[in-house]
Design a protein around this ligand. Structure first.
Ligand code: PEP
Ligand code: CO
Length: 469
């Protein structure tokens, strides 16, 4: 039996704080990704500072997202989550932030059109600065000698450069991360408030990928027809004049990041007037990664106690019983909108793993939002050692996941992508034709490869066609 289910007084509105939980009750529990800071006083100073700074998001926004997730669970809405694998402090630039927001908004319009349902946009940015690593250290040959240093754990923890100084975990980076998340969010909020006029008109989108010679005539015709009806539909809504397109698409925009560094998360976790419970106000939707979702681990302990909706990545080795225990621990009162399960299986594992997982959750009557992350199970390394993913495997995973949910009578309520609004060459394939030999042209990610602008938009067209089908 899980810890949380021993709480017989569990409030079925989900508002109460679980027994034995506090913002610090995770301390001392197993954390396979624990950051080894050496200067304890500096950690204390950084967390005191974070505690004193205003929250990045509000509890009202968090609650609104929870209710949107509840709608998505029931099939009345779709969630589009996307952004960098590892956001960097240096990428806190107006053009990059605006382009990321643009691609997510454009994709969401394509999805709204295909699904005929509202879409909630969740950025994997404004705080996606902490990265789990498969090894705590990295060894490189430097000047003929083998040098071993701590791995790069993201800009919230240390720096990517390979020197002792850069790789030493620096507690002050938590404050810098907070500041950059705040600057990013400030700009996003202004863009969203001001309306992004050109977003709503596909004639202003960069649709050059549709002209690529590698695209079949059938797909080209399909994409053109979709963008035409989308443009017509938006123009029609505008012509009605009752509500401008900007109003209709006024962005409910939310942020998310992997809640990896619990010192950072707990320092911004607080109670708010006239509401029960504790809110992690660094972001609307924190998630627990595949490597840190152990039932008795620090992350599950921390995230079981907060009022935010919480995501959990679920890889191909997850057993149905394990997933049911996670659900019981993280959402003992079966509250709608609280829990998001993000399957990330790899295209070839979907049929073997997903039916049992979705079947077990369905049969237990548990309310979760199933999302698909078709990125993290489909990583490959080229012969020359470059990490990439193929557009076709990403699409294949999505298609298989959609089919499994359709067969099980369950709802796929969202998708989770690593993407950017830039013209990078990190993933291969798609109509715009990035080949293995092109990967060096503009590979900018410090971590996993992202879909570029054209690949992201094309995927939205394909997904919209399949889901709307
Ligand atoms: C990620 O989302 O970047 C990530 C590390 O994912 P996962 O935990 O699914 O491996
Ligand atoms: Co990643």
């Amino acid at each position: 039996m899980s810890r949380a289910s021993t709480n017989e007084n569990a409030d079925h509105t989900g508002g109460s704080t679980p027994e034995g939980w506090s913002p610090d009750s995770w301390r001392g529990r197993l954390d396979p990704q624990q950051v080894r800071y050496t200067d304890r006083d500096a950690v204390q100073r950084a967390s005191d500072k974070l505690r004193s700074l205003p929250p990045l998001v509000t509890s009202w926004e968090v609650e609104r997202l929870r209710s949107e997730i509840a709608q998505a669970q029931a099939g009345g809405r779709f969630v589009l989550q996307g952004g960098d694998c590892a956001e960097t402090l240096a990428d806190c630039r107006g053009d990059l932030v605006a382009n990321k927001l643009k691609i997510l908004l454009q994709m969401s319009l394509v999805l709204v059109h295909g699904l005929k349902a509202p879409v909630t946009r969740v950025g994997r940015f404004a705080g996606q600065y902490a990265k789990p690593r498969s090894s705590p250290t990295e060894t490189r040959a430097v000047g003929g000698a083998q040098v071993t240093l701590p791995s790069y754990f993201g800009d919230l923890v240390n720096e990517a450069g390979f020197s002792e100084r850069e790789r030493a975990p620096d507690p002050h980076l938590m404050v810098r991360g907070y500041q950059h998340a705040a600057m990013t969010l400030n700009f996003i909020r202004s863009l969203v408030e001001g309306g992004f006029a050109d977003i709503h008109h596909p004639e202003y989108w960069d649709l050059r990928f549709m002209e690529h010679a590698g695209l079949s005539d059938e797909r080209r015709a399909q994409y053109r027809a979709m963008s035409q009806t989308l443009a017509d539909g938006l123009r029609f809504m505008e012509a009605l004049g009752e509500k401008s397109v900007e109003d209709l698409t006024r962005v409910e925009f939310y942020t998310s990041h992997e809640g990896l560094n619990l010192i950072y998360e707990s320092a911004q976790t607080r109670q708010v007037p006239r509401k029960d419970g504790w809110f992690d106000l660094t972001t609307h939707l924190p998630w627990i990664g595949e490597r840190t979702r152990a039932l008795d681990g620090a992350h599950v302990e921390f995230f079981r106690g907060i009022r935010n909706p919480v995501g959990v990545k679920v890889g191909p080795k997850a057993e149905p019983s394990e997933v049911l225990e996670l659900i019981e621990t993280l959402n003992p009162s079966n509250e709608p909108g609280k829990l998001v399960l993000i399957s990330r299986l790899g295209a070839s594992n979907v049929q073997g793993a997903l039916p049992a997982l979705v079947g077990a959750v369905r049969d237990a009557g548990k309310r979760v939002l199933w999302m698909s992350d078709p990125m993290h199970g489909n990583g490959i390394t080229t012969d020359s050692g470059v990490k990439t993913r193929s557009f076709d495997s990403i699409l294949e995973e999505l298609e298989r996941v959609i089919d499994v949910h359709a067969e099980a009578g369950t709802v796929l309520g969202g998708v989770h992508f690593e993407l950017t609004g830039e013209d990078v060459t990190e993933c291969v394939g798609g109509a715009s034709g990035v080949r293995e030999e092109d990967l060096g042209l503009n590979y900018a990610s410090p971590c996993d490869p992202r879909l570029n602008y054209a690949q992201s938009l094309e995927l939205a067209f394909l997904l919209s066609g399949k889901l709307g089908g």
